[in-house]
Every structure is written in structure tokens, then in C-alpha cells.
Design a protein around this ligand. Structure first.
Ligand SMILES: Nc1ncnc2c1ncn2[C@@H]1O[C@H](COP(=O)(O)OP(=O)(O)OP(=O)(O)O)[C@@H](O)[C@H]1O
Length: 346
């Protein structure tokens, strides 16, 4: 879908992209990096809107330097910043964008109605957009990127400014863009947790350089750790503690939950992380819970989160290049609208 080779973009005072070489295939790909990492610059080059200083890039096999027009016919773009005229309705605006993309009038109206329905805008679509909430504006921006039925869409920070519920809805929509319509997606975010849930593949950039490009499952390999949550009982007012002691006595290894699992999540404080030696560990945990007379709320194999991958290896490089005052990539997002357990590269 996208290939870059030693792609660089230098502005007089800053190198926004530094010899970036990568290949992105079909599916949903996350492009993650802190503010100023070069994400928006990359998207503008890939759309043929801004020339690279050095190197080459191709989108859908088309050269960004010479075939920008053809690329924009087949690619949708949702920009990061607010760009909607306040006096027109979503319907008028999206029809206009469909016409700009070359659809005839009737097809433009039909596609607009379908696309706005798909993104969840109903009666409101006839109201001027100046009165829309941030979530509604983001949906219109997504709709105009999809209206001409592109093969690929670039979504630049689509969850920006949304509250946790709005973010979840937007992420669900993005996933469905691929599963329902077969459109590939390149989505940028500075929130690692979002990409973990939504993307098949994750590309990490920092200071314009490629840090890592791999499938989400490579980032989040299964571990032989079970997360076990139990209820309390009259006999054991702290069920988790009772289970911890019983399992320790049986020689089962236990690890401490990560800080973000121990705080602010439902069931926090009741979750034990048990090292699974094999299938027999599942049986032993189940039988011990029964013997103690506790309720078993859940027992599941735990996956690494992308944020944890950032604690090691490349992450150290990311932290270094982010500067001494930058929070670590796994620190909570400072914006109040963001869910507290999300990891951020900011
Ligand atoms: N037109 C421009 N002129 C000069 N510098 C620019 C220009 N556009 C971007 N930059 C600089 O290039 C770097 C990368 O910017 P870019 O907008 O691509 O980052 P980003 O990863 O998209 O971050 P954000 O999420 O904040 O938009 C930044 O240091 C930015 O200040």
C-alpha cells in the first residue's frame, strides 16, 4: 500500500523526517509518535501535497513526486485540525467533497447519505456544522475521507479531543472501515493503547526516524501469565490475598500487577498475576479458588501491552530523543479527556 525509501523532509530549522524506509501492507496500520515526530509531514508527502527533500515514496504503486493527483483520487484524507466551514451542513459539505473527488451529482448525494449514516450522523446532518460537538465534527471529517470510496485512507489523529467513550466509538468506526468496506487505513495517534486495540500493524516514529515497524501481535506476544480475579467471602474478606497465600504455598509463582493494572481499573486490587507452568496451573487455580470458597470472576492469559514493549530496547532510544523533560512513553496521557490507563508517547 505504501513504500518509502530513505525519505527525508528538512525545514530550515528542523528535520521532520530523517531517512525513513518502510513498507506498509493492506489492513489497519497505526503510525505512532509523540507531537512533532513527523507524522503529519509524512502524510502530506504521501498525498503528494508536499515534496520530500530526499528519498522516494509510493502509494498504491504511484510515485508521490509525480502522481499526486492520481494518489488523491484513490486515497481519502482526514486532517488533524478543525477544517469544517461552520455555516454549512454535514450533508452539503460531504456532497461538495464527493463532487470535488469526481463523483457525478446523484452518486455524490447517495454516497453522502450512506457514508454519514455509516459514521452515525442522522438528523443532525442537516444542521450547520458550527453547532456540532467535537465528536460529530470528527465523524464528518471521517465521512468526507470515505465518501469517494477510496482504497486507502489517511486518518490524522482522529481521536483528538474526544472523551473516552467518543474515542472508543471512533476506534470502532475505524476498524469497520476496513472490515466492512475493505478500505485500508493509516491512522496516526500518540496513544499507544488505542493502536494496540485497533491496528494490525504498528509503525513507531520519533524525531522523524523509524523506531520500529511490526505487527501488533509481535508487539503484544502472549505471555505465560494468567490474570486471575476473585471475589471476597465471609471467611476470606480479602479473597485475592487468601488465594495468593494458598498458591504460594502450593509453589506457584506470582508476579506483581503493573501499576496501570493495579489502579483505576475494575477489579483492581483483586487481580493476581500467576505464572502458568502449563495447563495444570489453570486447574490448580480453579481448584484452589473452589477450596477457599471464593468466586472466580475471570482467569485469562495476559498479553504484553505495546506500552510495556516501550519500556525496553527501542523505548530507551525514544525516551532519549524525546528530551530529558519528556515523560516516559508509558506515562499517562496528561489531557483530562484521555482515559487514565492509556499509554502515551507524549
Ligand atoms: N511547514 C513547516 N515549516 C517548518 N517546520 C515544520 C513545518 N511543518 C512541520 N514542521 C516541523 O516538523 C516537525 C514534524 O512536524 P509534524 O507536524 O509532522 O509532527 P507530528 O508528528 O504530526 O506532530 P503533531 O501530532 O503535533 O502534529 C515539527 O518539529 C514541526 O514543527
Amino acid at each position: 500500500m505504501i513504500a518509502t525509501e530513505s525519505l527525508s523532509k528538512r525545514f530550515p530549522k528542523v528535520t521532520a523526517l530523517d531517512r525513513l524506509t518502510m513498507d506498509i501492507g493492506p489492513g489497519v496500520t497505526g503510525l505512532v509518535g509523540s507531537n512533532g515526530a513527523g507524522k503529519s509531514t509524512l502524510i502530506k508527502i504521501l498525498l503528494g501535497l508536499s515534496p520530500a527533500t530526499e528519498g522516494r515514496a509510493a502509494v498504491l504503486g504511484l510515485d508521490v513526486a509525480t502522481e499526486g493527483g492520481a494518489i488523491r483520487e484513490s486515497v481519502g484524507y482526514m486532517p488533524e485540525h478543525d477544517c469544517l466551514p461552520p455555516d454549512v451542513s454535514a450533508t452539503e459539505f460531504v456532497v461538495h467533497m464527493a463532487r470535488m473527488s469526481g463523483l457525478p451529482p446523484t452518486a455524490a448525494r447517495e454516497r453522502t447519505a450512506d457514508t454519514l449514516r455509516h459514521v452515525g450522523l442522522y438528523e443532525e446532518r442537516y444542521r450547520p456544522m458550527g453547532g456540532y460537538s467535537t465528536g460529530m465534527k470528527q465523524r464528518v471529517k471521517l465521512a468526507q475521507a470515505l465518501v469517494h470510496d477510496p482504497k486507502l485512507v489517511f486518518l490524522d489523529e482522529p481521536t483528538n479531543g474526544l472523551d473516552p467513550v467518543g474515542r472508543d466509538e471512533m476506534l470502532g468506526l475505524i476498524r469497520r472501515v476496513h472490515t466492512d468496506f475493505g478500505i485500508s487505513v493509516l491512522v496516526t495517534s500518540h496513544l499507544l493503547g488505542e493502536l494496540e486495540r485497533t491496528c494490525d500493524h504498528v509503525v513507531v516514529v520519533d524525531g522523524g526516524k523509524l523506531l520500529r515497524s511490526s505487527s501488533t501481535s509481535d508487539f503484544t506476544q502472549s505471555t505465560a501469565i494468567l490474570a486471575v480475579e476473585v471475589t471476597d467471602s465471609d471467611t476470606h474478606p480479602d479473597g485475592a490475598l487468601a488465594l495468593r497465600e494458598a498458591l504460594a504455598e502450593a509453589g506457584i509463582g506470582l508476579s506483581e500487577p503493573a501499576a496501570d493494572e493495579a489502579e483505576g481499573l475494575p477489579g483492581a486490587g483483586h487481580i493476581l498475576l500467576v505464572e502458568a507452568a502449563g495447563d495444570e496451573t489453570y486447574d490448580l487455580v480453579r481448584d484452589t479458588v473452589v477450596e477457599l470458597g471464593l468466586g472466580l470472576v475471570r482467569m485469562e492469559q495476559r498479553r504484553h501491552r505495546i506500552a510495556e514493549v516501550f519500556h525496553t530496547g527501542d523505548a530507551d532510544a525514544a525516551r532519549t530523543t524525546n528530551g530529558p523533560h519528556a515523560p516516559t512513553p508509558s506515562s499517562p496521557d496528561p489531557t483530562p479527556a484521555a482515559a487514565p490507563q492509556e499509554a502515551s508517547t507524549r
